[in-house]
Design a binder for this molecule. Structure first.
Ligand code: NI
Length: 269
């Protein structure tokens, strides 16, 4: 079997895990399929903590072995996040966007709580490629989840869900009918799904070479040590890329837009 075929199987496993946490994504996928669309992913996003044994590089190793290359870095000062994106030579294979929470900038409470979680991860588990959809390696507690969220919604999300795709992204450039993002958004909303309106439904402009929108993560029933609670899960994103002056489609990300899209997993307050 070729490396590309193996990569596609790997990504299918990630998709299977993702739609378990986000049944809305499968419904939206099916709506597009019924409209005659054949969906291609623009990127898959993963979240982790900055740590020598767990940071971006630990997750990226499972993609670089398939030929992915590091192609860009992004800074999110306020959210205390750092991210990188990776591209595969085959342009029909989704990019991988990996972010990490800069623990050293967090309060002692967040640092200690997350350190206890990280301590429970077996080092060999991180080396297995299935680690990127292995979930939690600790038993989350809902009271701790809420306390983490006061300081960082991102920290609380990874604490509750562990390691798994945070979102998949439909490439609008590959669609036949829904080539306009406003029309696509209307289609999504018309079918009863809520979009992330933080900073407007459409993030980015054609001048910035990337337009994005996303659903708000639907609530998922999660078992915590102290009971079952409903909390935001994963979301689905849509991205339209524009050509650069050389005629090639822009492949990077816009930090200002990504900053807002991170909020798709925020709890409604
Ligand atoms: Ni994204």
């Amino acid at each position: 079997m070729s490396s590309l075929d193996q990569l596609k199987i790997y990504m299918n496993e990630m998709w299977t895990d993702y739609i378990k946490m986000n049944p809305a994504a499968e419904k939206i996928y099916n709506l597009f399929a019924q409209s005659g669309e054949d969906l291609t992913n623009d990127h898959i996003a993963l979240r982790t903590f900055k740590h020598p044994d767990l940071g971006i590089q630990s997750l990226a190793q499972h993609f670089t072995k398939y030929g992915y290359e590091d192609r860009g870095e992004y800074f999110f000062i306020e959210k205390k996040l750092y991210a990188k994106h990776f591209e595969h030579p085959d342009k029909n294979v989704p990019k991988i966007f990996i972010s990490e929470l800069e623990l050293e900038k967090m309060s002692p409470y967040v640092q200690e709580t997350i350190a206890q979680c990280i301590h429970q991860i077996k080092p060999e588990a991180v080396k297995n490629e299935k680690f990127v959809f292995s979930g939690t390696h600790w038993i989350p507690n809902h009271a701790t989840y809420l306390k983490l969220a006061q300081e960082s919604e991102y920290a609380s999300w990874v604490y509750a869900y562990g390691f798994r795709p945070n979102h998949f992204t439909v490439s609008i450039n590959h669609l036949k009918h829904f080539t306009d993002i406003t029309r696509l958004n209307d289609f999504i909303k018309g079918n009863g799904f809520k979009l992330n309106a933080s900073g407007g439904e459409i993030k980015g402009t054609p001048q910035e070479l990337l337009e994005q929108s996303s659903t708000m993560a639907a609530e998922v029933q999660r078992q915590f040590a102290d009971g079952v609670y409903s909390i935001p899960g994963c979301y689905y994103e849509f991205a339209k890329r524009y050509p650069m002056t050389n005629g090639n489609l822009y492949q990077g990300f816009i930090a200002k837009s990504a900053d807002r899209i991170f909020e798709s997993t925020n709890k409604s307050s």
